[in-house]
Design a protein around this ligand. Structure first.
Ligand SMILES: *[C@@H]1O[C@H](CO)[C@@H](O)[C@H](O)[C@H]1NC(C)=O
Ligand SMILES: *[C@@H]1O[C@H](CO)[C@@H](O)[C@H](O)[C@H]1NC(C)=O
Ligand SMILES: *[C@@H]1O[C@H](CO)[C@@H](O)[C@H](O)[C@H]1NC(C)=O
Ligand SMILES: *[C@@H]1O[C@H](CO)[C@@H](O)[C@H](O)[C@H]1NC(C)=O
Length: 866
């Protein structure tokens, strides 16, 4: 190999590309089954299978399929390939059946039946004999070095983590990333794939669960290529470095039965750690295990028709008939009850069929978990009629369909073995065409890996009935453990919204979060106003709401609510500029003389639409003021307005003035409502009021014009709006382009924030769970490009805008503990502004006059700084 000239290598490489291209087309053809493999050893065995199937195609009669072999990087890759129909089948363990079903629409079609007839094995915890003497309870495993088969595997991850959470004191660290709970509990360990996206969505996992792994960087460490990957790898990890390994009950016997893995390592060197903290011999797994696990399954995509799945099943059953003849003294240790036929009868305490299942300590026995889901118990099994292989020419079947022409040899089997790479393969000899193929034998024939394509200790594949071809039926009660490791101390989070369009978005959001299994579960409730939502949150009927800065103030003062997450727009900080917008064609409107003008406001008592502009106008004496009664001030000074909420006693505690809603656009009950049902509510609504409602000035945030104009929105009122049609009114009397908001604004307001219960009701556990949920929600749904089929947090279905979250939001910002208070969050300037416009705002011993001076200085300072 090494002596090959460079250009020949180059040719081989190009050939590889060419064959992988033709391969892609090939898979689409009928009568081909593509097996996804995850190692070069498995690929070799698959290629051997492909060759013998091709050679013996007559024996398959109508069930013939050509075998293609597709090597992927790991099982996760395989699942993606299956999902994309670039490969057809692969073998997965029970935990992976869940992952495949939940995230990749894969369905199990065949289940392994192990030697002895049972369709399950036990998860066990193995330690070196005489070690870990300080561990007499599983909670003492804290800080130890653990060897897991890989994140997501049932026996090698889910059951240990579940049991440690239930009985070993492992705390839930992150409701949406159970890997972190394990990281927090154990010391340096090895659990391959603990850093892949699926198990590390935010990307903030520490490498604690990779520290013990031994693969080479890059690519080989903590991945399926790591020598410590899988059950064999976890055992290797235990022998060489770890304190404890989570294995199948067969792994130790398997790995110590031959000498090519380890010489001098014997089964007796190890013992089981039971869930009650005691030790037993390796063979006592029936009384000392961490739970039963369904045997592995072959999965395909649910996109395959029932007929195609049946084709696969029939083919695989033929493969077992032809190449799966069990030799009872075969490669397995006769001491192992699983491979010793003498023990088969006594092995009838199948936990999935039998109530007598007994464990030492730990969870109560599973009540007859699998019987309804599966085939009849072993014993009643009706063996299929074998096919005589010798009869191939005389016994030629009447073919119902044409056996397809065979493809070029090298696409299905390459005797040059292009995966030959490392020195450990020196022993590998590609099989000859006549060579027998043993389906249930792997090492050392194809390299040093066992359990290739199928597990070596299997005697048959059972076709799953169509109605059981889904992960729920296959897993049955085992789902409890799989979902159990994803538990969260907080069950639900109720989001309070204020309008039907927001409710619709909330329900979509809930569905989207559920699709990613995000916790806590979100629930939506509709309050009749923001104030109502605040009340519901204080009363515990709702948990969170997204509020305008001024509502954060109201919620804090009157309802003890605290902000804990804020939005960030394009300034990098959770704040925005409040701007006054006029039409470019209307030069008569100026900030200093708005008497009789028509004004558009985002809402009564909102930061940008009310508090900041009114405080500004009042404190500078540019509007005739009635003390802190800003409602009267506005009503008597402006001509007409749209101030959504101005007629509601919840927001306007003074006298309602009709002209404050005159410009509003909502029909009947939504007229002048302070929610998305009023067309002129909110930032976009206020600008729309300026464009089509007759307004002279609109008070909005600095992003609003850009969000609406220059073709950003399709609604007819916005379709022809250009940003050049608008101008900002500056405090110094000048006008500026909308882009110049930094030099022409009324001050900054804090961004909208998510609030929850504070004061007596403050619960840190709940707040961290809510924060966690929003952070993961943002990770999965924070992208801004969206279409009608995908959900995006920061997008609102037209004609609406700013539903729940502002559409201008670029990210969510978590407020630390010190900032979780309305006054800390809003800052002194806003508090002063609010007191200027609101006679009921907080207790104040200062006179309004004194305030006016303070605020005008402050705002002047603010402006000169910005
Ligand atoms: C089983 O295999 C062994 C060696 O692998 C062989 O000697 C024996 O004859 C085989 N038994 C049967 C029944 O095929
Ligand atoms: C389970 O084990 C306990 C003690 O190990 C024993 O007393 C009990 O009878 C067993 N139960 C069953 C159903 O086998
Ligand atoms: C905080 O909330 C959690 C989950 O809702 C609850 O179990 C816990 O008792 C609460 N803590 C306090 C101090 O109320
Ligand atoms: C909280 O955040 C503020 C603003 O970012 C920062 O000044 C303060 O130091 C932080 N406090 C803590 C305890 O992290």
């Amino acid at each position: 190999m090494t002596s090959l000239p460079r250009n020949l290598l180059c040719l081989i490489f190009l050939g590889g590309i060419a064959s992988s291209i033709s391969f892609t087309n090939y898979v689409e053809r009928e009568n081909v089954i593509s097996w996804c493999t995850t190692s070069k050893e498995e690929q070799r065995k698959c290629q051997h299978l492909s060759m013998v199937v091709e050679r013996d195609y007559r024996d398959f009669r109508d069930d013939f399929l050509q075998v293609q072999c597709k090597q992927a990087f790991n099982k996760d890759d395989c699942m993606t390939l299956l999902d994309e129909e670039k490969a057809h089948i692969t073998l997965v363990d029970a935990g992976e059946v869940f992952v495949g079903g939940r995230y990749h629409s894969l369905v199990p079609i065949m289940q392994e039946r192990l030697i002895g007839g049972q369709k399950f094995y036990y998860a066990v915890a193995v330690v070196k004999r005489g070690t870990l003497l300080d561990v007499s309870h599983i909670s003492h495993l804290r800080g130890k070095s653990a060897c897991f088969a890989g994140v997501g595997t049932q026996a090698g991850w889910v059951l240990p983590v579940y049991n440690m959470m239930q009985f070993g004191g492992m705390q839930v660290i992150d409701c949406n990333n159970h890997v972190k709970s394990t990281i927090n509990f154990f010391g340096p360990s090895c659990a391959v794939n603990s850093l892949i996206d699926k198990y590390n969505p935010i990307g903030d996992n520490s490498d604690r669960l990779c520290e013990l792994c031994t693969g080479k960087v890059p690519g080989g460490k903590c991945t399926n290529a790591d020598p410590y990957a899988g059950f064999e790898g976890a055992f290797r990890c235990l022998v060489e470095k770890g304190d404890i390994a989570f294995l199948k009950h067969t792994t130790v016997a398997e790995m110590t039965s031959t000498s090519f893995d380890f010489s001098g390592v014997k089964k007796d060197n190890f013992e089981l750690l039971c869930m009650d903290g005691t030790r037993r011999a390796i063979d006592d797994y029936r009384s000392c295990n961490w739970g039963p696990v369904q045997s592995h399954a072959i999965v395909t995509t649910s996109a395959k028709t029932v007929e195609t799945r049946r084709t696969y099943q029939n083919f695989l059953m033929r493969v077992v008939q032809l190449y799966g003849r069990r030799n009872s003294t075969g490669p397995f240790n006769p001491q192992d009850p699983f491979s010793n036929p003498a023990n088969r009868d006594q092995f009838n305490n199948d936990p999935f069929y039998n109530n007598n299942f007994n464990q030492s300590g730990g969870p109560p026995p599973l009540p007859d978990p699998y019987r309804p889901y599966n085939q009849p118990p072993p014993g009643n099994y009706d063996p299929r009629r074998p096919i005589k292989r010798q009869a191939r020419d005389t016994d030629k079947p009447k073919e119902k369909r044409q056996i397809p022409a065979l493809p070029p040899r090298q696409t299905s089997y390459d005797p040059q073995d292009q995966f030959y790479t490392g020195p450990s393969n020196d022993e590998y000899r590609p099989p000859a065409r006549h060579e027998e193929f043993d389906l249930f034998h792997s090492a050392p024939r194809y390299g040093l890996h066992r359990n290739l394509l199928l597990n070596d200790n299997v005697e048959d594949l059972i076709a799953l009935d169509e109605t059981f071809q889904n992960y729920e039926s296959y897993l049955g009660p085992a789902l409890k453990q799989i979902l159990g490791v994803r538990q969260c101390p907080v069950n639900r989070m109720t989001l309070c919204v204020t309008s039907k369009p927001e409710m619709d978005k909330c329900v979509k959001m809930r569905t989207a979060l559920k699709a990613q299994l995000l916790k806590p579960e979100m629930v939506c409730t509709k309050g009749h106003s923001h104030i109502d939502c605040m009340e519901q949150i204080r009363a515990g009927k709702a948990d969170v709401a997204v509020l305008d800065a001024s509502d954060v103030y109201t919620g804090g003062v009157r309802y003890d609510l605290v902000p804990f997450i804020s939005e960030v727009y394009n300034l990098g900080q959770p704040e925005y500029y409040v701007v006054a917008v006029a039409k470019e064609q209307d030069p008569t409107t100026e900030l200093t003389f708005l008497k009789g003008k028509y004004t558009c406001h985002t809402g009564m008592s909102t930061a940008a639409g009310w508090v900041i502009p009114m405080a500004y106008l009042m404190s500078n004496g540019w509007i005739r003021s009635y003390g802190c009664d800003s409602v009267r001030t506005a009503a008597e000074y402006f001509g007409k307005s749209c101030i959504p909420g101005a007629l509601s006693s919840e927001y306007n505690t003074g006298v309602p003035y009709d002209n404050m809603c005159d410009l509003c656009h909502g029909t009947s009950s939504s007229y002048c409502r302070r929610d998305a049902s009023e067309d002129f509510y909110g930032f976009t609504g206020a600008l729309r009021c300026l464009v089509e409602g007759g307004g002279d000035v609109a008070f909005v945030k600095h992003t609003t014009i850009a969000e609406v104009s220059d073709g950003k929105r399709d609604e007819w009122w916005a379709r022809n709006a250009l940003s050049g049609d608008f101008e900002l009114l500056c405090p110094d009397g000048r006008r500026m382009n909308p882009q110049d908001y930094k030099n022409c604004n009324l001050g900054k307001a804090k961004a909208n924030a998510i609030v929850t219960r504070g004061g007596e009701g403050y619960n840190e556990t709940e707040i961290s769970a809510y924060i966690n949920l929003f952070i993961y929600a943002q990770q999965f749904y924070g992208r801004r490009d969206t279409d009608e089929f995908s959900f995006s947090l920061f997008y609102s279905q037209p004609p609406y805008s700013d539903l729940i979250f502002q559409d201008a939001t670029q990210q969510l910002y978590v407020l630390n503990y010190t900032q979780q208070h309305y006054a800390k969050y809003l800052g002194k300037d806003f508090l002063r502004a609010r007191r200027i416009v609101d006679c009921h705002a907080g207790a104040s011993s200062l006179t309004t006059g004194a305030f006016a001076i303070v605020i005008s200085t402050t705002i002047a300072l603010l402006i000169s700084h910005s």
